[in-house]
Design a protein. Structure first.
Lengths: 297, 279, 425
């Protein structure tokens, strides 16, 4: 197979390389450049401002800086509230489906859980806005028939968080369930048989064989959710409008408002905020990754 | 003992059944609402079945192609997703093959660059990419939805990983016979990676089809939009008319669901692929 | 024979060269951007289509529509791109922004085509800046007051006489509450106060009726936490929490529960924009009345207004022929604004407002009756930034009962002032 410096390889790499250059490398460098300058609509680059947009974020008097940190906290809250539920529910569904005796029931339920993953987020958001509407939404109807009070799902915290998390769970659990099922299928049957011989019941088997066996896939899911959670955009935009106040305005929605701001597109500042966010995300993911890999037994 | 396990088995199935119904209920609700007359949506308690079955919501959407060019949206989504998925598979295969099988200066460097790209949070690149796309004059054109994403590194790494583990004997035999790299690629590699290619194709197709944020910021005239963005438009126009909005939702979700049903097996494989790359 | 052909050919070429008619007259294409979707979009498209027909071969206008948020978001970056807009429609409070951003063209040389006296004065002045004029008003959009005539009758109120001031409004609310009406098993509310947009419009309307002023003259300090502002917010808060004439937690944007409720007949009175007329008219069972927003303040009756202005963009790459074509189109648009009025907009020209055709449009003439009371928010390019805390956060927090009106306004004013004294970039 090996040939000395195969020049034709460059031809094979070239298509991808061009796109990589134009849409990853250049934007990355361009981003840094943009964040160091003030930009005007008419004149383009107006002035070099150096690290102003970065330093400003750490000035507690800077109003928009406060909004930025708030949006990061909102994104973090989403991760904290969402990740445990998505892992637990997906795992639960996976256990139920994987261990089900009837093939028909398995196929049918897997299908039901997976269908929402195939639908676009904007359709899901609008649908759930209809379901969660305070006045005539069906969820409040179910609650009131059970004797509970109608809740302002889209308007007030903490219910607004449910409004964001419920549709996201609905959309994501099927996907992660499949990952868990595959993870379970990869655990060798022999381990379970050995445990049965030792007299371990199903519960013990679960704790000592299944869970550890699923650790890699769980790590993967947690890290993916961590990274993906910062992209949260459609649900708050279409369901809660970012409210009440800024309580559900995550970083992507906030940056969108800043960069595409109707009155004063704040390109330099927005890109700087994006870079700071990126560094923070990267650091968190790196820490989590190392924590997880250290735990390897 | 037997009846006990049968009991557990049965209740297990019943539990799954109930959960499945709960998951499907929102879709049912969307479907049902789309066939109701608008005033029925304000009834309390809400009705589980339309009092009067009507198609007027669908007519409202389909009758105004100036506002809601559903067919254009569908066409745009399809062209973009199809072009993107086919191109991405080809490009990824070529690059992955070269990285896995050929030696050249910069090979390790390129691999490192790919891994770095995988770890860069997308949020850093969004605004600058938009500016690049705008500079190229691609805003409000399908080019903005098709080409930038071809820089993705997932597909390349996928093929690289797969081909690295792939046994070389067939290729070595072909080399002895004097076949060029390209011939090897076409006649040996491609047939053996067909399932992988197909899976990646479907994964990328659906990802592009359902993408919301990027088309939202790059496409702005009604006729150029893709379906997810069109759905958000519907909300702006018909914010109060839930019958019409759910009808729109149904019209736009149905193609996705049909596609999903057709390729379910590969779709599931695709999901597992995304998990495999990290190993 | 070849000689004769040559001569003929040469004569032909000579004729073409010295002929005054342009042989290859290039059709000028104009990009016209706006945010008019739905029925409004269709109305303006009609005018665009008839213009294209009349000017076929000479000028072609290509209309590009998107949501207003998208429009403003993309506008600033788009004006200078290759396929960017030549003409656009902006809201009144964005004319100054466009001027400040340097993308609005001075229209002084073309004002002979637009008789100033024919335009509603307050509306025209909005496009004046530094002795130059930058926009041609298309319409005026006053805040409107809607009431459900059937519900009025059922509560013992005169369906043809809506309340005209705060006291009468409260009386009407009380009567509606006491009548304890129900529709489809749901309670009928006298009014609905939204917790999110358009809550700001309601508040600002009452604020104007109280004679309030939003900012100081150079827009560096917020002045809206004055007694005028507090009274306005307190009144709204009272309607929800003290009198309970409006339910709590009425969702505005991204939904619009107040409007939905009015459409369903479970809300008797609503203050919303006139853009809702089309939606209400589409519901045959809804028997409603509309007038300009009533005086819910304690002072002189002022009616909150906005409106659309047409501006021509000052692009780096504009050619004179494009600009004159743009002017022609704007002139046409303005002259044909009766067609625009049919989409339920009040035209900015007196001549159109007093025309017979306008008087035939339902509801609009009544809303336009008090045109001299239409009040516009202050014009300053940092105005929108200054009201941001109110619009995004503090009005909302007060109306969902997380803060008192006083606290909300003080906090918002502090944040506004601080933000206005920081850079806008």
């Amino acid at each position: 197979m090996s040939r000395k410096n195969n020049y034709s390889a460059y031809l094979y790499i070239l298509p991808h390389g061009i796109f990589y250059l134009v849409f990853i490398a250049i934007p990355f460098i361009l981003g840094i450049y943009i964040s160091l300058n003030r930009w005007s609509i008419v004149d383009g680059r107006e002035a070099f401002v150096g690290l102003k947009y970065y330093i400003r974020l750490f000035d507690s008097d800077f109003v928009r800086g406060g909004h930025f940190w708030n949006s990061l906290w909102v994104a973090a809250q989403f991760v904290i509230y969402f990740t445990p539920f998505v892992v637990l529910i997906s795992l639960g569904l996976a256990i139920l489906v994987h261990n089900c005796g009837s093939k028909l029931a398995r196929a049918g339920s897997q299908f039901s859980f997976l269908v929402p993953t195939a639908i676009s987020i904007s359709i899901i958001a609008v649908l759930w806005r209809w379901i969660l509407g305070s006045d005539i939404g069906i969820l409040n109807f179910v609650l009131s028939s059970l004797g509970m009070e109608k809740k302002p799902w889209l308007i007030d915290v903490p219910w607004a968080w449910f409004a964001i998390i419920l549709p996201t769970l609905w959309m994501a659990c099927g996907w992660n369930m499949v990952l868990f099922i595959v993870g379970m299928q990869r655990i060798p049957e022999t381990l379970y048989e050995a445990a049965k011989v030792d007299g371990a019941g199903p519960w013990k088997q679960f704790i000592y064989i299944t869970l550890p066996g699923l650790r890699p896939i769980t790590n993967f899911i947690v890290i993916t959710q961590l990274i993906g959670a910062f992209n949260l955009f459609a649900q708050p935009q279409l369901l809660t409008g970012g409210g009440p106040g800024r309580a559900t305005t995550p970083v992507m929605l906030f940056l969108y408002g800043e960069a595409f701001n109707p009155r004063y597109p704040r390109l330099g500042a927005a890109v700087a905020m994006g870079l700071v966010t990126g560094i923070i995300i990267f650091s968190i993911v790196a820490v989590v990754y190392f924590l997880f890999s250290r735990k390897k037994e | 003992m037997k009846t006990r396990t049968r009991f557990w088995k049965a209740s297990h199935i019943i539990l799954l059944f109930i959960l499945s119904l709960s998951f499907l209920f929102p879709l049912y609700w969307m479907l049902i609402t789309s066939f109701k007359l608008e005033h029925e949506n304000s009834l309390w308690p809400p009705t589980m079945w339309p009092e009067k079955f009507t198609l007027e919501n669908y007519v409202s959407i389909l009758a105004h192609p100036e506002d809601t060019p559903l067919f254009s949206w569908f066409k745009n989504s399809f062209i973009a997703a199809a072009s993107y998925s086919v191109l991405s598979v080809i490009i990824s295969l070529l690059a992955g093959y070269a990285l896995a099988r050929m030696t050249f200066w910069g090979r390790k460097l390129y691999l490192t660059l790919l891994l770095i790209a995988l770890t860069i949070p997308g949020i850093i690149l969004i605004i600058p990419s938009f500016i690049v796309v705008d500079f190229l004059g691609w805003t409000n054109s399908l080019k903005a939805i098709i080409f930038p994403a071809l820089s993705g590194t997932f597909g390349v790494l996928l093929f690289y990983q797969f081909l690295s583990k792939f046994p070389k004997d067939l290729e070595e035999a072909a080399v002895i016979d004097g076949a060029s790299n390209f011939r090897i690629l076409i006649s040996i590699i491609v047939p053996h990676t067909k399932p992988l290619m197909l899976t990646l194709l479907i994964l990328n197709f659906m990802g592009n089809w359902n993408d919301y944020f990027w088309p939202f910021i790059t496409l702005y005239s009604p006729s150029m939009r893709t379906m997810p963005v069109g759905m958000a438009t519907l909300q702006g126009r018909f914010e109060h008319f839930y019958g019409i909005m759910t009808a729109g939702g149904v019209l736009m979700a149905v193609p996705s669901i049909i596609l999903f049903i057709l390729v379910q097996k590969y779709y599931i494989k695709a999901i597992t692929l995304t998990g495999a790359i990290k190993e | 024979m070849p000689m004769r052909n040559c001569v003929f050919f040469l004569l032909l070429i000579a004729a073409l060269i010295i002929s005054p008619k342009p042989i290859l007259a290039k059709e000028v294409t104009l990009e016209f951007w706006n945010g008019f979707t739905g029925r409004e979009g269709r109305g303006i498209q009609k005018i665009v289509d008839s213009f294209n027909k009349e000017y076929k071969g000479r000028i072609r206008v290509n209309m590009v529509v998107m949501s207003w948020n998208d429009f403003y978001g993309k506008l600033a970056l788009a004006v200078h791109t290759k396929r960017g807009p030549d003409i656009g429609v902006v809201h009144y409070d964005n004319v100054y922004t466009a001027i400040y951003q340097g993308i609005a063209l001075e229209l002084d040389p073309y004002l002979d085509k637009f008789p100033k006296e024919d335009f509603v004065k307050s509306v025209w002045e909005v496009s004046d800046y530094n002795t130059h004029h930058y926009g041609i008003p298309l319409d005026v959009i006053p805040l409107a007051f809607y009431w459900n005539k059937d519900l009025f009758a059922a509560a013992g109120l005169d369906p043809e006489k809506p309340p005209s001031n705060r006291a009468e409004f409260l009386v009407a609310c009380e009567k509606l509450n006491q009548a304890d009406l129900k529709k489809n098993g749901q309670k009928v509310w006298p009014c609905m106060i939204p917790c999110t947009w358009p809550h700001f419009l309601l508040w600002q309307h009452i604020f104007f009726c109280n004679g309030g002023q939003m900012f100081n003259s150079d827009c560096t300090k917020a002045r809206y936490n004055s007694p005028a502002g507090e009274d306005a917010l307190q009144f709204l808060w009272d309607l929800v929490n003290k009198y309970e004439y409006s339910p709590r937690n009425v969702m505005g944007l991204p939904a619009n529960e107040g409007k939905e409720s009015f459409c369903r007949g479970t809300c008797a009175m609503l203050i919303e924009g006139p853009w809702m007329l089309s939606s209400f008219e589409e519901i045959p069972e809804l028997n409603f009345g509309a007038t300009a927003a009533i005086n819910l303040g304690t002072g002189e009756h002022r009616i909150w207004s906005s409106g659309h202005t047409v501006i021509i963009f000052k692009k780096k790459s504009s050619e004179p022929v494009q600009i004159s074509a743009s002017v022609t189109f704007v002139e046409y648009l303005s002259a044909h604004s009766i067609e625009w009025a049919r989409t339920n907009a009040i035209p900015a020209r007196y001549s159109v407002m007093s025309s017979e055709e306008f008087k035939k449009i339902p509801y609009l003439p009544q809303i336009a009756r008090d045109v001299d009371k239409f009040t516009f928010p202050e014009q300053h390019y940092r105005y929108t930034e200054g009201v941001q805390p109110l619009v995004t956060e503090y009005l909302n927090l007060c109306l969902i009962n997380k803060m008192s009106p006083h606290e909300a306004l003080v906090k918002a004013a502090n944040e506004s002032t601080t933000q206005l004294q920081q850079d806008s970039d």
